[in-house]
Design a protein around this ligand. Structure first.
Ligand code: TRP
Length: 410
């Protein structure tokens, strides 16, 4: 992914919205590019008012953690941030922070795009040796997807297994369902957040309208609350100044713009963010993976056969129509989904570079690239399936128990 360097972003009230460009829409509920085009991440950085994650910050992460930066950092999958510099400054002085991320449990099976924030969060947890809270927004999916309470809670537990399978450390990780955890301290933060956001602001930040149910209006405060350590007295009692870093896809930015506006008014520090681009559908960069079209994505429940068929049939190819043309012209790497997927999941930089070069100049065929991608994804999905099968109900209970984490900073 190439993201041109962003100009200095002007300071403004973060909940203020720039005039709506009809071109691309990115909200927590809708992601669509301008017809036939890709999401313009550069525009998004300017529109949202976040900062570009540049090479010097990535170097700094490497220095502070004494380990190579994650592929998702090296390859620009996580490409934007808010206040990451401040988090690193504080870390360098010896001040730790905690991580907060989440998932809306709307489906039983996760696809590869869903795993990205969790794979990355696991790396951050290990590299910085910090605690992590994971919010399962079963309440959100009742309100938005019309699921029953029981079904949302069931899905939350099922999804928790996939999350745990990513390898989180139970001594440093607290996973919670909103329905189960919501406690006095958390609720106090929600109410205080709510006191500082008007209906007009909520309508312009989230696109709420007069026909939305009032439950939805309260939800942004629910997603905001875990950004404040005082929402977790069993973890962070007496650590009200502990800073929070939120890894997420950039569509979640509106929630945290609001949170960051409100934080100082409550006497809290603003949560920092590290934000990713979206994982494209098999059909191409400008298409979204859709739950209603199982062929638009690879799921962690897909068999080796499914993976092979989906890639061969549906992965959009940037290769030329005939062998002859391919040899003459080479593939369009920008449009090729297999190359894109490999850039997320093939860890070996030199192999990726080799494929890009050879395929780009026509020395390699689409079939070869697809075969390599099939191998990489099959191995990954099979590993995930093994790890998930090893997650027991007792383990889920252990991660979700309200408990102190005595060695969370070690
Ligand atoms: N709203 C998110 C979703 O639908 C879930 C979520 C809750 C989340 N808190 C978060 C995502 C914090 C990232 C960071 O998936």
């Amino acid at each position: 992914m190439t993201i041109p360097s962003a100009p200095e972003v002007k300071k403004k009230d973060e909940t203020e919205r720039e005039s709506e460009s009809a071109e691309q829409v990115v909200t927590p509920w809708e992601v669509s590019a301008k017809d036939g085009e890709k999401i313009d991440y550069y525009k998004l950085i300017v529109k949202f008012g976040c900062q570009r994650l540049d090479a010097s910050l990535i170097d700094r992460v490497q220095r502070l953690t004494s380990r190579p930066p994650h592929v998702f950092l090296r390859r620009g999958v996580f490409f934007a941030h808010r206040d990451l510099t401040e988090i690193l400054d504080a870390y360098e002085r010896g001040d730790k922070f905690y991580l907060y991320t989440g998932r809306g449990p709307s489906s039983e099976a996760l696809h590869l795009g869903h795993l990205i924030p969790f794979m990355f969060t696991k790396y951050l947890q290990e590299a910085f040796k910090v605690p992590l809270v994971i919010q399962l927004t079963d309440d959100e999916k009742c309100m938005w997807k019309g699921l029953t309470v029981a079904e949302s809670k069931r899905l939350a537990r099922e999804n928790a297994k996939d999350i745990i399978a990513c390898g989180f450390d139970v001594t440093k990780t607290y996973i919670f369902s909103n329905f189960d955890y919501m406690c006095g301290a958390f609720y106090q933060n929600m109410v205080q957040v709510g006191n500082y956001v008007t209906l007009n602001q909520a309508m312009s930040t989230f696109g709420f309208s007069g026909t939305d149910h009032v439950g939805k209006l309260s939800f942004p405060a629910v997603q905001a609350a875990p950004s404040f350590p005082s929402s977790f007295p069993h973890l962070f009692s007496g650590m009200d100044n502990l800073r929070c870093l939120i890894p997420c896809a950039i569509d979640q930015d509106p929630y945290f713009r609001m949170t960051r506006d409100v934080a100082p008014k409550l006497g809290y520090s603003k949560p920092a963010l590290i934000e990713s681009s979206f994982f494209p559908a098999l059909q191409g960069n400008n298409k979204k993976m859709s739950a209603s079209d199982p062929n638009s994505a690879i799921y962690v429940t897909d068999t080796a056969e499914d993976i092979k068929n989906k890639i061969n049939k549906y992965a959009y190819s940037g290769g030329q129509k005939s062998l002859k043309e391919q040899e003459e012209l080479g593939a369009d790497l920008e449009k090729d989904v297999s190359v894109k997927y490999l850039s997320f999941f093939l860890e070996d930089d030199s192999e990726l570079e080799h494929i890009r070069k050879e395929y780009g100049k026509g020395k390699m065929q689409t079939r070869d690239v697809k075969n390599r991608l099939t191998e990489v994804l099959t191995e990954m999905v099979e590993r995930h399936r093994r790890d998930r099968a090893a997650v027991t109900d007792e383990m889920v209970d252990a991660f979700m128990a309200v408990r102190p984490l005595p060695s969370m900073f070690e």
